[in-house]
Design a protein. Structure first.
Length: 341
């Protein structure tokens, strides 16, 4: 297999090097063809790597940086004053061709601003989008975008999101003509605002997109669509609501199962089933929202991600590199623009 090189923002996120170093070590141990460039404070990284003497050090290269982008820092301020940060350096390595992709758990707004500035968007794409996969009842993933990159999107932007989401589902999941839907307040054609209705008209007129119509929020997990498109305001709220519900279910199961002796015994008996359910809905395995539409691959990990979750983000980046997702998006958007009436 061809060697892959991924740049990691080691200082980003709520936990920084303790999490990102462990994930990096596991990644190079799991994938013999993977090289990682670790961007961050050289002393912290050296001290952290010293705890893993068995790690293949020849595939873990430290790229020294002087600054860290704070999780609460304004994106505009980070763009102006953090040119020597670990986040900025990881993106620059992609732009320079030294890395095939970048992964960061840092400040989302700052990452968006820096990535847009450093990498620029693909021809035909006005704005990048954050996209991630979620589980469905059939064990097939569904891709939801935008997750917060752009809170205000007109119909042209939503059309571009539909194209990009379709390409990602096609390349990463191996789907033939992924089903694309618009998230709406109802499935009827009369429902929705002007923005959504106009987007539906555009998508219906382009044969290259397998547009299936509207779906509601409760159908995101019902395997009715492979790609669900909405603006960043609605998408972010939908995602956070889903994450909150998942945490509530897990908390309630733990609370009820430990209530008394009988429930503890019943929980013990049901443990194999509960483990299977948890493995399906565990948010760690869906960590890694891709910032698509750029002239390079950028994957955003949750800020509070564990080392296991950050490892999933690295795997996501590897998949997109292997499938040449930006190149496929560029080709698809050029083709579909010619199809539009």
């Amino acid at each position: 297999m061809t060697n892959l090189t991924i740049a990691l923002d080691m200082m980003g996120g709520d936990h920084g090097p303790p999490v990102t170093i462990e994930a990096a070590v596991h990644a190079v141990s799991e994938f013999p063809h993977l090289h990682l460039i670790l961007c961050g404070d050289p002393k912290q990284l050296s001290d952290g790597l010293a705890k893993y003497p068995q790690a293949p050090s020849d595939r873990l290269q430290v790229e020294a940086t002087e600054q860290v982008v704070g999780m609460d820092e304004r994106p505009s301020a980070a763009l102006r004053s953090k040119a020597k940060s670990s986040m900025r350096r990881a993106l620059e390595l992609v732009e320079q061709g030294r890395a095939d992709a970048c992964v960061s758990a840092g400040n989302t707004g700052a990452l968006l601003a820096m990535a847009y500035y450093v990498l620029k968007t693909l021809p035909g794409i006005d704005r990048p989008a954050l996209i991630s996969s979620l589980p469905t009842v059939s064990h097939q993933k569904v891709y939801l975008l935008d997750l917060g990159a752009n809170v205000n999107c007109d119909s042209e932007i939503l059309f571009q999101y539909a194209v990009m989401g379709s390409v990602l589902a096609e390349q990463v999941e191996g789907l033939d003509r992924p089903r694309v839907a618009l998230l709406n307040v109802g499935e009827e054609q009369i429902k929705g605002n002007d923005q959504v209705k106009h987007t539906a008209q555009i998508l219906s007129s382009v044969p290259g997109i397998n547009y299936i119509g509207y779906i509601e929020g409760n159908d995101i997990f019902a395997d009715k669509a492979d790609v669900v498109v909405t603006d960043g305001f609605v998408g972010n709220i939908a995602l956070k609501a889903c994450e909150g519900l998942g945490k509530l279910i897990i908390t309630e199961v733990k609370r009820v199962s430990g209530k008394n002796l009988l429930t503890r015994v019943m929980a013990r008996m049901a443990l194999p089933i509960l483990k299977k359910i948890y493995a399906r809905v565990n948010p760690d395995q869906y960590n890694g929202a891709s910032l698509i539409g750029l002239r390079g691959i950028v994957v955003k990990s949750h800020g509070n991600a564990s080392s296991e979750a950050f490892l999933y983000a690295i795997r996501e980046a590897m998949q997109e590199v292997t499938r040449q997702v930006p190149h496929k998006i560029k080709h698809k958007i050029e083709t579909l623009l010619m199809e539009r009436p």
